[in-house]
Design a protein around this ligand. Structure first.
Ligand code: AVJ
Length: 315
């Protein structure tokens, strides 16, 4: 998965680890090793969002197509397309309905795009696919100048990684670049029994722990830093009051490490936290409010059978 912003790992780590509340953005989880660990996360039974979205897109894409009701040729534009296994369910259902569309996956990684294109060619040989590598908004700008209607996909619950203001900002920018009639299908994880959420982000296999610990390994390698990972712990907590899962690396002792690349020594107190990720969970009221605040209307929510997750269709 890749986020719209270009990565400035070194500068961001320097900034994030020299402020009062230390943090490193979750977008840096996804180096090659991190992406591999994330695939393992998606396969664990505890991490329900993937299975939920797969179910929705497998069983309700016909329904989604009828609700969208585009009668001409159109584009399906996906932000952060990843491996495309879930999206494939939607594309297949749309093709079965004889929909005429071009699939435009956007990813910052050329490698991800090449792999996706190969997979799609095998699974759906008749698919018209035109991958774009680069910044979301460059492509968005170009497409809004065209005449074809667009269905934008922002799947996987990635919106939950953004702080409230950042989410509003991002969605406002999407909105500004969308023409009348364009639609946005966005995956959002719903509030539910707190234990279910807690287990998804603090799994007994330790896979989410490795996912976070990998950030330390990435820093060691790319910033040439002498970090000892066993002097850190992982802690993740869901707060049902505000719907936030917050994840952290915890310094197990007072320690410091030196990065050659940054020529900086970083200091950590015993029990000091490095905040790594926010994963927000929504109620339907909050989804409506977020849509309203950013110039959208919620047309429909497509839910899995357990009502854990929604693919929310916005106009
Ligand atoms: C890919 C951002 C949606 O926040 O649920 C999974 C990433 N982090 N387990 C999420 C993640 C820990 C995931 N997103």
């Amino acid at each position: 998965m890749n986020t719209p912003q270009h990565s400035h790992f070194a500068e961001d780590v320097l900034k994030g680890l020299t402020t009062k509340e230390k943090h490193v953005s979750s977008k840096y989880f996804y180096d090659d090793n991190g992406s591999r660990i994330f695939m393992q996360i998606m396969q664990m039974p505890e991490y329900y969002p993937t299975a939920c979205e797969f179910e929705i897109l497998s069983q309700q894409s016909g329904n989604i197509f009828d609700t969208i009701n585009f009668t001409t040729k159109f584009n399906i534009v996906e932000f952060g397309s990843g491996d495309g296994i879930k999206t494939r369910q939607l594309l297949k259902a749309f093709m079965d309905k004889k929909a005429q569309f071009t699939y435009i996956p956007i990813d910052i990684s050329q490698e991800a795009n090449d792999a996706l294109q190969q997979n799609m060619k095998t699974a759906l040989p008749n698919l018209d696919i035109q991958p774009r590598t680069g910044d979301y908004f460059e492509v968005l700008n170009e497409l809004s100048a065209g005449t074809l209607p667009n269905l934008f996909l922002f799947l996987g619950g990635n919106i939950g990684n953004y702080k409230k203001d950042e989410a509003i900002d991002l969605l406002e920018r999407f909105n500004a670049d969308m023409k009348k009639g364009d639609m946005l299908l966005m995956g959002m994880d719903l509030k539910k029994n707190p234990r279910i959420i807690q287990l998804a982000y603090d799994d007994p296999h330790g896979i989410t722990r490795s996912f976070n610990m990998n950030l330390l390994q990435r820093m060691s390698r790319e910033l040439e830093a002498d970090i000892l990972s066993d002097q850190f712990d992982f802690y993740s907590n869901y707060n049902p009051k505000n719907g936030e899962v917050n994840s952290y690396l915890v310094s197990l002792k007072k320690q410091s490490f030196y990065s050659k690349v940054l020529d900086t020594t970083f200091h950590l107190e015993k029990d000091e936290l490095i905040w790594t990720e926010l994963s927000r969970k929504y109620s339907f009221e909050e989804i409506n409010a977020l849509a309203e605040a950013t110039g959208f209307t919620v047309k429909n929510n497509f839910l899995d059978c357990r009502h854990y997750y929604t693919d929310s269709l916005w106009v």
